[in-house]
Write a protein that binds this ligand. Structure first.
Ligand code: ADP
Ligand code: MG
Length: 246
């Protein structure tokens, strides 16, 4: 349902993604692991076209975008892809001047032009799903990090994206607060939410992810079912990296 093929992404002279291909099945959870600087965040940003690769192809839902050096895809194509993705960031990035409910409603009202009442009802449902219906009127600054991240997840899910992209969703949180975010992600996985997450959190990679992709120096060195890849990686380099996580 999501396919990246031969993606090349450079910043000036710095080649960050080198012929990256990745397939993500509907309803599956893929963990992207790899050392700092290996290109995990850049890869996530290429899926929602926050970065525009120089070469390769992205297929998401019914949309197919081809990347050609020096040519930006059409604005409509970019917007269609963005609407099919939701992004959760390491540092939550809630709108500080909106309540929890306001954060979740924002894209429904401003981008999708939903009537206020309908947007409110859906947003309350989503806050309930992440266990925060009682915090609907709280400001981000009044919420713990774990609560802020759960609001961020509800916000990302509001427009019913085809894939939820998470960039190190638990790494800014104390272990105890991370647990509540892990539980929400586990629940979404059980419900069949398609997710691609860059993370080193073993609760996410080893327990929740179905597939793992190991990115090293801008190359995907190895992909495979999470259990198999953790138990018996094929590449020595993968084994070495995984041993640093355990
Ligand atoms: P990771 O998330 O795996 O730590 P990133 O995708 O953030 O890796 O970064 C990969 C490489 O790309 C790093 O060398 C980083 O410095 C570089 N990079 C990322 N974003 C930019 C940017 N906007 N401009 C220039 N270089 C960037
Ligand atoms: Mg990163």
């Amino acid at each position: 349902m999501i396919a990246l093929t031969d993606i090349e992404m450079s910043f000036g002279d710095l080649a960050v993604l080198k012929s990256v291909s990745l397939r993500i099945a509907e309803g599956s959870v893929t963990a992207l692991i790899g050392p700092s600087g290996s290109g995990k965040s850049t890869l996530l940003r290429c899926v929602n076209l926050l970065e525009i690769p120089q070469a390769g192809e992205l297929v998401i839902g019914g949309d197919r975008v081809e990347f050609v050096p020096g040519k930006r895809p059409e604005r409509d194509a970019i917007l269609r892809v963005r609407r099919q993705t939701g992004m959760v960031f390491q540092n939550f990035q809630l709108f500080p001047h909106r309540t929890a409910l306001g954060n979740v409603m924002e894209s429904l009202v401003t981008v999708l032009k939903w009537p206020e009442g309908k947007a409110r009802a859906r947003s309350l449902e989503l806050l309930d799903k992440v266990g925060l219906a009682h915090k609907a009127d709280a400001w981000p600054a009044q919420l713990s990090g774990g609560q802020q991240q759960r609001v961020a997840i509800a916000r990302a899910l509001a427009p019913a994206p085809k894939v939820l992209l998470c960039d190190e969703p638990t790494s800014a949180l104390d272990p105890e607060l991370a647990v509540e975010v892990v539980e929400v992600i586990a629940q979404l996985a059980r419900e069949g939410t398609t997710m691609l997450m860059a993370t080193h959190d073993l609760r996410l990679t080893a327990n929740i992810a179905h597939e793992v992709a190991f990115l090293d120096g801008g190359h995907i060195l190895e992909t495979g079912p999470a259990r198999a890849l953790f138990a018996a990686p094929v590449q020595e380099r993968t084994r070495q990296f995984i041993s640093t996580l355990l």
